[in-house]
Design a protein around this ligand. Structure first.
Ligand SMILES: [Zn+2]
Ligand SMILES: [Zn+2]
Length: 130
């Protein structure tokens, strides 16, 4: 694999970021790099298996492959949260034992309300006397 300076910079940005990033966000963070260059670097890194992505509202969110993560998005404020802990191994074993599949990987995306938005909705309910 050839790590050019641009590719390395894009990769390092993803390593440093705790949340997944879009190409646009990366290009804003690397202000001298054009969006096209960022896209090219991401395509290459994806082909090489260095990064993964998921699509959310038509945007590709990239993250580094070495870290296994799950994601949560708040339905109200749309904030994206990263869950570092994986408690899915038992479920994988269950799938393998009961369905005979060989699981190689999983991707989990939760949606719901974040803590802040839960508190906000409780507060507004009290205010209107619900
Ligand atoms: Zn929220
Ligand atoms: Zn997991």
């Amino acid at each position: 694999m050839k790590m050019t300076k641009n590719r390395q910079q894009v990769y390092d940005t993803l390593v440093k970021s705790h949340t997944p990033l879009t190409a646009y966000e990366i290009s804003k963070m690397l202000d001298e790099m054009s969006l096209t260059t960022v896209y090219r670097a991401l395509d290459y890194l994806y082909e090489e298996g260095q990064v993964k992505y998921f699509v959310l509202n038509d945007f590709k969110y990239y993250y580094v492959s070495v870290e296994h993560k799950h994601f949560f998005q708040c339905e109200n404020c749309k904030k994206l949260f990263v869950l570092d802990e994986c408690l899915i191994e038992d479920y994988e074993r269950y799938i393998e034992a009961h369905l005979g599949f060989k699981v190689s990987e999983h991707f989990i995306f939760f949606t719901g309300l974040c803590k802040e938005c839960q508190e906000l909705s409780q507060f507004s309910q009290k205010e209107v006397g619900v």
